[in-house]
Design a protein around this ligand. Structure first.
Ligand SMILES: [Fe+2]
Ligand SMILES: [Fe+2]
Length: 208
């Protein structure tokens, strides 16, 4: 990623992620602006529903309920903003298959609580941190309107990453560093290995 883009990101977030977005992904994103916006809209909607799912499952955790409720509202606001941009730019919303990314991380989530909760929150932190880093990596190449929107998103997704990580620490019964390290390696594989399907969180673009 360019130094320009890195300057937008907190050092802690850069240290948390195992690798930078490959240049080939940035290139593909710039070649497929409509696909990027549609999948971005999908990601915002999914981020809201992930937060809502946690609110259904863990009603006894007050801080989680508050944070996730705020997060779901914010993600839905982002969703509305992306849909507005799409309409203004004549991008037709259509169904897209999901990328392998979130499922590739979630398949390693523990089956029983509290591990299940802590892992889910760590995965949430990775998804938010990666989204934040991807927005930052695109900003230097975008038109003013989209760059301005993505700069605002870098700020809020950066906060979401912090919230997820703080909740993971709060509800864990042991040191979460080994689990973070484990998921970081899975994340690196998903980001750095060839991927035939281009999406917001896809790996290195490769021909089918
Ligand atoms: Fe968002
Ligand atoms: Fe977010």
């Amino acid at each position: 990623m360019s130094t320009d883009a890195n300057a937008l990101l907190p050092q802690e977030l850069l240290n948390f992620l195992p690798c930078a977005t490959p240049d080939a992904w940035v290139q593909a994103a710039l070649e497929h602006p409509s696909l990027l916006l549609i999948d971005h809209a999908q990601c915002e909607k999914k981020a809201a529903s992930t937060a809502m799912n946690l609110m259904y499952r863990y009603v006894e955790h007050t801080e989680l309920l508050t944070k996730m409720s705020q997060l779901a509202r914010e993600e839905l606001l982002h969703f509305e903003q992306v849909v507005t941009l799409m309409r203004e730019r004549g991008v037709r919303y259509r169904q897209l298959s999901a990328s392998r990314y979130a499922a590739g991380l979630r398949q390693h989530v523990g089956k029983d609580d509290p591990q299940r909760l802590v892992d889910t929150l760590i995965v949430g932190a990775f998804i938010e941190a990666r989204s934040c880093e991807r927005f930052a990596s695109l900003i230097p190449f975008l038109d003013d309107e989209l760059a301005k929107f993505y700069r605002a998103l870098v700020k809020s997704e950066g906060r979401h990453y912090e919230d997820y990580l703080a909740l993971a620490q709060k509800y864990a019964t042991q040191d979460i560093a080994p689990r973070i390290a484990f998921f970081a390696e899975r994340e690196r594989e998903l980001i750095e290995s060839p991927d035939t399907c281009f999406r917001f969180h896809s790996g290195v673009p490769s021909a089918a």
